[in-house]
Ligand binder design. Sequence first.
Ligand code: NAD
Length: 247
Amino acid sequence: MSGRLQSKNVLVTGGNSGIGRSIVETFVGQGATVSFTGRDQATIDEVAAAVGEQGQGIRADVSDIASHKAVVDQAVDRFGKLDVFVANAGIAEIRPFVETDEALYDRLMDINVKGLFFGVQSAVKQMNDGGSIVLVGSVVSVKGFPGYSAYSATKGAVRTLARVLAAELAERNIRVNVLSPGPIDTPIIGRQGLDRGVMEENFVPMVPLKRLGRAEEMANLALFLASDESSYITGADLHADGGIGQV
Ligand code: NAD
């Protein structure tokens, strides 16, 4: 089989749901071997069965910093050194700023920032020169939506981290870019306590393309950033947001 990621070896965090799942399936379809993490064994098994021999699911929590090395080792043992790392795992929680307590702040920071930071650090140590790192950010790093103070702070951190990593890793020709989704129709909507209808009512009027985005549309951008087609792009923050943060 040939494809745009032929002979690339990939590790995706949070590959058992939403955008991450679509990235795993798209990348396997383009010839990559893909290891992916998640917390829920049933959905990990479901995705692993769907992608077959080219995939491997690993149960791991990104906020467990000590587990990162073992995850990368397992990916490398099965398919060889990494060419691509996609730091996708993340959570969103909405709460007014004045009601945002330390527990919520810590939860978001531990998963979206600290987990991502040390995940990339472990991956980079076992990555081939010339690789690509994709950090999943969000349009909230450039737009202020009420209720998203702690979440937005995490995604702003992801965006700034990408600039430094791009500068440091350029000597190994490893590119680091951010993929920033707008409002996308995934299970994260329910996980923040919203229903899909409310999400549509709140966001779609602000989106120039007048709809929520689809996970596959994010996977297509991830594919471009992971592949050699984006060989002269590093340190960038590419938004796939229906225009909500751009127009
Ligand atoms: P989702 O809830 O469907 O998927 C999130 C994934 O992250 C799941 O696979 C989950 O297992 C994983 N995850 C969460 N916490 C984890 C942890 N502690 N350890 C390991 N895995 C963990 O949501 P999604 O919409 O697919 O979100 C993926 C990424 O996209 C997130 O980083 C999110 O912030 C970002 N994003 C989503 C939207 C949107 O509207 N859906 C918008 C902007 C950014």
